[in-house]
Ligand binder design. Structure first.
Ligand SMILES: [Zn+2]
Ligand SMILES: [Zn+2]
Length: 429
């Protein structure tokens, strides 16, 4: 046995199994580095002579057998949040793991097993998804598998499952797909809707008839570890009609296709920011069924996180490390100042603010907005697909960016992208 090729991300191990080893379980150790998000193992059995060898496949982590597929598979993956059927997702502890080879039948001349082991390490990157969607578990028509397929083809990394007043969807979502499902529930009351994210069963009873009951439900959700989003607060049918003084983490300023109700939420959010409040804005399609305009990933919420797990994504949303775009294809806004990004409070006003907007197109309008209102409006010229801009913070308490685009199919100029603000610490007079 020897390592024939190695890099930080992949290793290939070759192991000869002799006929004498038939019926035994052979461990092939490999070490897993700190900060591993996913492991993928591929097995190839090189036969010798006419008789075939049959080798079963499994794996153990430093503490236990972590999965077994017998002769049914020649490859598997284990991710912190997902895994091949037969394997357990969860924390990927650093240390010595071992592929378990079950030498079920070994030819007289033996066989060689090649194992390709690939690691993906945690690394900060922009993950994109849709935080607000429905399925057959409430009044949607999509099964969870259909949703996973749709998200995969749209290039979405994650999907919030927010069926109305139920949590059965969170017991049923697949974990053998590329899409990460974020468990959720849309607490749907007669006077407004809230998404409860990150736990499978945030509340035992959804019924709310008084403000006191609402506080009680939200306390319960909090104690269970949920993050709370105020949904479509200015929707003309299902907007927020409770008292606004309650406990939540973020506001859905962009629900489905851009329209007046969203504009009202955006205006309200701007007022909140101007008043000094630091509140994270998110988006979600609220898709229920096939529709020409309400589509998974429209809008897309981009989150800067180090692993594709619910806890990491929700933690990063809580920090405001979030930008929105009307589709998974962008446009994409990046605003930084030194080492600070959207959502952060920059302590150094002397560093220039850097704006980069990707995937803009001719006639898009990029607006830079602060607590003083619109500061800059830039019209994208013919042939231009990117905008770079830099300016000084001066005495402003935040800057945020919007991209507006003319959509000929609806003959209107609509929001195409929105950043969360980058904040500046209070001026000392
Ligand atoms: Zn709703
Ligand atoms: Zn909804």
């Amino acid at each position: 046995m020897g390592v024939i090729q190695a890099s930080s991300k992949a290793v290939t191990i070759s192991k000869f199994i002799s006929h004498d080893e038939e019926s035994s379980y052979i461990e092939v150790p490999f070490s897993v580095p700190e900060g591993t998000e996913q492991i993928k193992v591929k097995m190839e059995v090189i036969q010798t002579g006419a008789a075939s060898s049959i080798i079963d496949l499994g794996v153990k982590d430093p503490n236990r057998v972590r999965g077994w597929s017998g002769g049914a598979r020649t490859e598997f993956f284990i991710h912190q949040a997902k895994a091949t059927p037969g394997y357990l997702h969860g924390e990927i502890e650093a240390g010595e793991w071992a592929v378990i080879l079950g030498a079920y039948k070994v030819a007289v001349k033996g066989c060689t097993v090649n194992l390709a082991i690939e690691y993906s390490l945690e690394e900060f990157r922009w993950l994109k998804g849709d935080l607000h969607t429905h399925s057959v578990h409430s009044d949607g028509t999509y099964t969870l598998r259909e949703k996973a397929d749709i998200c995969e083809s749209a290039g979405l990394d994650f999907l919030g499952l927010t069926d109305h007043n139920t949590s059965s969807q969170n017991e049923a979502y697949p974990r053998d797909v590329n899409t990460l499902f974020i468990p959720g529930m849309e607490l749907t009351t007669n006077w407004g809707h809230l998404n409860l994210f990150g736990v499978k069963d945030p509340i035992r009873d959804f019924r709310v008839n008084t403000m006191e009951e609402l506080h009680g439900r939200l306390n319960e959700a909090r104690e269970n570890g949920a993050y709370i989003s105020l949904n479509h607060p200015y929707c003309r049918h299902t907007g927020w009609r409770w008292d606004w003084d309650f406990d939540y983490d973020c506001v859905e300023v962009w629900n489905g296709p851009w329209r007046e109700d969203n504009q009202a939420a955006l205006d309200w959010w701007q007022d909140q920011l101007v008043s000094g409040r630091r509140l994270v804005a998110v988006g979600g399609s609220d898709v229920h069924r096939p529709d020409p305009y309400v589509i998974h990933g429209m809008p897309t919420t981009w989150v800067f996180g180090k692993s594709l797990t619910s806890s990491e994504i929700l933690k990063s949303i809580d920090k405001g490390h979030v930008v929105l775009s009307y589709s998974p294809k962008g446009p994409f806004i990046s605003v930084t100042c030194g080492t600070s990004m959207t959502g952060d409070v920059c302590e150094d006003r002397n560093q220039p603010i850097q704006l980069n907007v990707k995937d803009v197109q001719y006639s898009d309008v990029v607006k830079v907005i602060s607590n003083h209102g619109i500061e800059k409006e830039i019209l994208i010229e013919e042939g231009q697909d990117m905008l770079d801009l830099s300016w000084a913070a001066e005495d402003r308490s935040f800057y945020r960016v919007e991209v507006w685009r003319y959509f000929p199919e609806v003959k209107s100029r609509l929001l195409a992208a929105l950043s969360n603000p980058i904040y500046f610490s209070n001026l000392i007079c």
